[in-house]
Write a protein that binds this ligand. Structure first.
Ligand SMILES: Nc1ncnc2c1ncn2[C@@H]1O[C@H](COP(=O)(O)OP(=O)(O)OP(=O)(O)O)[C@@H](O)[C@H]1O
Length: 235
């Protein structure tokens, strides 16, 4: 079997809470393999965002290891860890966090230019990604001139702009109505599949379950396979 893009081992994370300690991650492990689309579901407060923040090298856990392409990242310097995150991981949140003074094209091109790509190449790649997200007619629109679903599609294109191997989503369609959420998620699904990007997506939207290759959940501080609830037969 191929080497995982992402491996998390023995992840521990607790927070001070009301004079005590709230343990959210208690030795969690996870592996995401190349090309996989993995869902992460579970009740509010179970630890999905905590897991994504640690896996995305955005926050340091109390203990554990995070491997990106087989390289343990938590013991590296902040600079090297930031470089690995920028090169290998894209993140999409519930809110788009686009730069409001820039167009859709600029929002997707700028991260590439910061990474050293020429403006011409970055804009061509931004136009390609945005067109693949169904936004070919919106390249010169600013966020305020777009719908919520369009804004979120720009955010997804931006997260993919630096050709990450892994896309992490923290409720990427959680701010959209169900119909728009479905359209945006289909675009995300199609684009990450065609670009060969592995994904780990936290969601409360159980309609998205059929999209995933595997679905995980957080239980008692561990990451375990999610299984559909058994509905008793009538009669
Ligand atoms: N910085 C923090 N300080 C204190 N407690 C925190 C902090 N971050 C998260 N928590 C707590 O840790 C628990 C897990 O939070 P987390 O955001 O990971 O859950 P979640 O499953 O993503 O929830 P949701 O589905 O509502 O987004 C919650 O009880 C939360 O209140």
């Amino acid at each position: 079997m191929a080497r995982p893009i992402l491996s998390v081992r023995n992840l521990h994370r607790s927070y001070p809470s009301g004079g005590g300690i709230l343990t959210v991650m208690a030795g969690a492990d996870i592996d995401i393999y190349p090309g996989e689309m993995v869902g992460l579901v579970g009740p509010s407060g179970s630890g999905k965002s905590t897991l994504l923040h640690a896996a995305g090298l955005l926050e340091k856990p109390n203990a554990g290891e995070v491997y990106i392409n087989g390289r343990e990242c938590l013991k590296l310097s902040d600079d090297i860890r930031t470089r690995i995150r920028r090169e290998s991981i894209g993140v999409v949140y519930q809110f788009h966090h686009l730069q409001k003074e820039f167009t859709a094209l600029e929002n997707v091109a700028i991260p590439q230019m910061i990474a050293g790509v020429s403006a011409k190449v970055a804009e061509a790649e931004a136009a390609r990604l945005l067109s693949n997200m169904g936004l070919a007619e919106r390249l010169t629109h600013r966020p305020s001139q777009m719908s919520g679903g369009e804004q979120q599609r720009v955010a997804i294109a931006r997260a993919l702009a630096n050709k990450p191997q892994l896309l992490l989503g923290d409720e990427p369609t959680g701010n959209l109505d169900p119909a728009t959420s479905d359209v945006v998620f289909r675009s995300l699904f199609d684009l990450t599949r065609s670009e060969g990007v592995s994904t780990l997506i936290a969601t409360h939207n159980m309609n998205l379950i059929p999209f995933f290759d595997r679905v995980l959940t957080v239980r008692d501080g561990l990451v375990v396979p999610w299984t559909p609830p058994v509905i008793p037969a009538l009669g």
